[in-house]
Design a protein around this ligand. Structure first.
Ligand code: ATP
Ligand code: MG
Length: 420
């Protein structure tokens, strides 16, 4: 038997995902975001230039698509997208969109060749939300409030926290990187090999390390926040103050840098405190003011965004199932034609129910009446509509309430009245 590819999922019931998508679409539309879609295949160059060569995603997790013709040149090489922000910025620049801020979102699969585990897959789905072309730090506050409101009020989630950090401007980081380098040189004997490499190539990436010992060292490291220039300090204070005014709770995590190189200023993660295990970040994002230029734009487009990991959010919701109302199934009516003679009439009744916007099905392949009722039960039918030869002859049906067990013979024309 052929098995699915390692690190992928077969969703045998997409109900919860549909529920989340319905809720987020409504929420984002209320906040004046528009849904867009970009291709799943993109030029590899797009992610090399945006995410950065030293990131895990570009250095070891990319899915390359082998070209179908031998005439592929390097610049035409394609990959499966590992995320959507770079694609959305590319689409914005390609289309020459003038109206900013451009507030958009997109839902779809992303691909990373990671080691599969709970909450970490090789094909997963993201809800990517972006505001392109807006410099004001107030936009960051509103965006975080929008996300927090979605998780706390719309999904009614409990047991999560918002972690934020401020990465400052390029100048702030250049000044800080010297301070950090001095610190890491002192600690280098205890660092893992990857961090030793990173401290000389892309130093802030060391904070992304998953090694416990390294993280312990970094908890003692000088922080970027302490090295910010006056203007950045002001903006950072304003952001924190505004979040408080908007009643958004947060914790500051000075080592939060996020896994992709394009971030500056505000970065954040929504993290589950239990229910998700090690993969507990279900939403992450931040500002990416220089991404447009990295992709070749002439002008800067200060921007910000976030991505929700749909699988992780679904796992988190499932861990709190009783608190949410997503499991509500439509009321199902199941028609039971007793013999093959009644099947055509049964189909007509199903059609009538559908025309009235009802959820209806029919039992066709069972020989005994017991088997038919059992099948209706398994389908979670609320109503069973039995038609035998007598009912067919007299224009009647036997209607059974599957919850109470109550049964009555009614006229076919009165069915809709009864199952209202
Ligand atoms: P992590 O540190 O958990 O690997 P990340 O920093 O790589 O996350 P992002 O690139 O910011 O994640 O992606 C945004 C969100 O997408 C994450 O917060 C997570 O919920 C989800 N995500 C990322 N990688 C995966 C994956 N391999 N499988 C499932 N969800 C993922
Ligand atoms: Mg990752």
């Amino acid at each position: 038997m052929i098995s699915r590819i390692k690190g992928t999922l077969d969703l045998l019931d997409r109900g919860l995902y549909n529920w989340i998508e319905k809720k987020i679409k409504k929420h984002l539309t209320d906040y004046h975001f528009k849904e867009i879609a970009t291709p799943i295949i993109e030029p590899i160059e797009l992610f090399k230039r945006s995410l950065g060569l030293e990131t895990d995603v570009v250095s070891k997790e990319m899915y390359y698509v082998s070209g179908s013709t031998s005439s592929d040149t390097e610049s035409e090489k394609i990959c499966l997208r590992p995320e959507m922000t770079a694609s959305i910025m590319r689409a914005f620049l390609n289309a020459g969109i003038q109206e900013t801020p451009w507030k958009v979102f997109s839902i779809g699969p992303a691909f990373r060749h990671e080691r599969p585990q709970k909450g970490r897959y090789r094909q997963f789905n993201q809800i990517s939300m972006e505001i392109i072309g807006s410099e004001s730090i107030m936009q960051d506050a509103l965006f975080l409030a929008m996300l927090d409101h979605f998780f706390s009020h719309v999904l009614k989630l409990q047991g999560y926290g918002l972690l934020i950090n401020y990465l400052g401007t390029r100048q702030d980081r250049a000044a800080y990187q010297k301070i950090l380098h001095r610190f890491l040189v002192q600690e280098s004997a205890r660092l893992c090999n990857l961090c030793k490499h990173r401290m000389n190539t892309n130093i802030m990436r060391v904070f992304d390390c998953k090694e416990h010992q390294c993280q312990e060292i970094y908890s003692q490291a000088p922080t970027l926040i302490d090295a910010l220039a006056q203007e950045s300090v002001h903006e950072w204070k304003l952001l924190k103050h505004t979040l408080e005014e908007l009643s958004v709770s947060y914790s500051i995590k000075p080592t939060l840098v996020r896994g992709l190189d394009y971030y500056n200023k505000t970065v954040f993660e929504f993290v589950a405190t239990d229910g998700l295990g090690a993969q507990n970040t279900f939403c992450g994002g931040g500002r990416y003011d220089t991404l447009a230029c990295a992709l070749g734009a002439k002008d800067d487009y200060p921007s910000l965004g976030a991505a929700i990991g749909l699988e992780r959010l679904a796992l988190f919701i499932e861990a709190q199932r009783p608190l949410t109302d997503h499991a509500q199934e439509p009321i199902l009516s199941v028609v039971i034609p007793l013999t093959a003679e009644q099947q055509p009439l049964g189909l007509q009744i199903v059609q009538l129910l559908h025309a009235q916007g009802k959820c209806a099905d029919i039992v066709l392949d069972k020989a005994s009446i017991k088997g038919m009722f059992k099948a209706a039960n398994k389908m979670h039918a609320q109503w069973a509509i039995l038609i035998g030869p007598d009912e067919q002859r007299d224009g009647m049906i036997t209607l059974k309430n599957m919850t109470t067990g109550h049964e009555e013979k009614i006229r076919q024309g009165d069915l809709l009245e009864h199952i209202k």
